[in-house]
Ligand binder design. Structure first.
Ligand code: ADP
Length: 161
C-alpha cells in the first residue's frame, strides 16, 4: 500500500492543489492532505476551517484524507508510517524553496521520498496568496478555486465585512 502525504498551508485550497491530488491518486493508493498549523503567513481561514473545506472538496475521493498538523513534517510521516511526500512545482521560482525543504526532510528522515508534480499551464499561475489578494479586492477567482472554496471565501468575506 503506497500512502503519501501532501503537506501545505492550503489557504485557500485551489484548483492547482486539487489537480495535484487527482494526479497523485493515479500513482499512490492513498493521500493524506496535511494542513499546516504553524504557518507564518497571514491566513484567511483557520487551520480547522481549511480542514473542513478541503474534506468537502475531496469527498468524491475516498482514498484522500485531510488532517491538521503542526511541527515537523517528518514527525507526521513517522507517526502515520508514510514515506512519500507530494509537492507541486509551478515555475522555476518554486524550485529553490522546494529543493531546500526536500534536502532538509531527507536529512531528517533518509528513507522519505518526495514526488514533484509540475502544474499544467492552466494551473501554473494559480497561487493561494494571489487568489486571496484578488478576492479581497473583489476580482473574479471562480476559475481558480473549487466551487465550495469560492462559497466559503464569499461567506468569510461577508462575515468579516
Ligand atoms: P506551502 O505554504 O507549503 O508552500 P501551499 O499550500 O502554498 O503550501 O502549497 C502546497 C504545495 O502545493 C507546494 O508544493 C506548492 O508548490 C504546491 N502548489 C501550490 N499551488 C500550486 C499550483 N497552482 N499548481 C501546482 N502546485 C501548486
Amino acid at each position: 500500500m503506497r500512502h503519501a502525504v501532501y503537506p501545505g498551508s492550503f489557504d485557500p485550497f485551489t484548483n492547482g492543489h486539487l489537480d495535484i491530488v487527482q494526479r497523485a491518486i493515479k500513482i499512490v493508493d492513498a493521500v493524506t492532505i496535511a494542513v499546516l498549523k504553524n504557518t507564518s503567513k497571514k491566513s484567511m481561514f483557520t487551520p480547522d476551517e481549511r480542514v473542513e473545506i478541503i474534506r468537502e472538496v475531496v469527498r468524491p475521493y475516498p482514498q484522500v484524507k485531510v488532517e491538521p498538523f503542526e511541527g515537523l513534517m517528518v514527525d507526521f510521516c513517522r507517526t502515520h508510517n508514510i514515506r512519500i511526500v507530494i509537492r507541486g512545482l509551478r515555475a522555476v521560482s518554486d524550485f529553490d524553496y522546494e529543493h531546500a525543504i526536500f534536502l532538509m526532510n531527507r536529512k531528517l528522515l533518509p528513507d522519505l521520498e518526495t514526488m514533484f508534480f509540475m502544474a499544467g499551464s492552466e494551473n501554473s499561475f494559480i497561487s493561494s496568496t494571489i487568489v486571496k489578494e484578488v478576492a479581497h479586492f473583489g476580482g473574479n477567482i471562480a476559475d481558480q478555486v473549487p466551487p465550495f472554496v469560492l462559497e466559503s471565501m464569499q461567506k468569510k468575506k461577508n462575515t468579516d465585512a
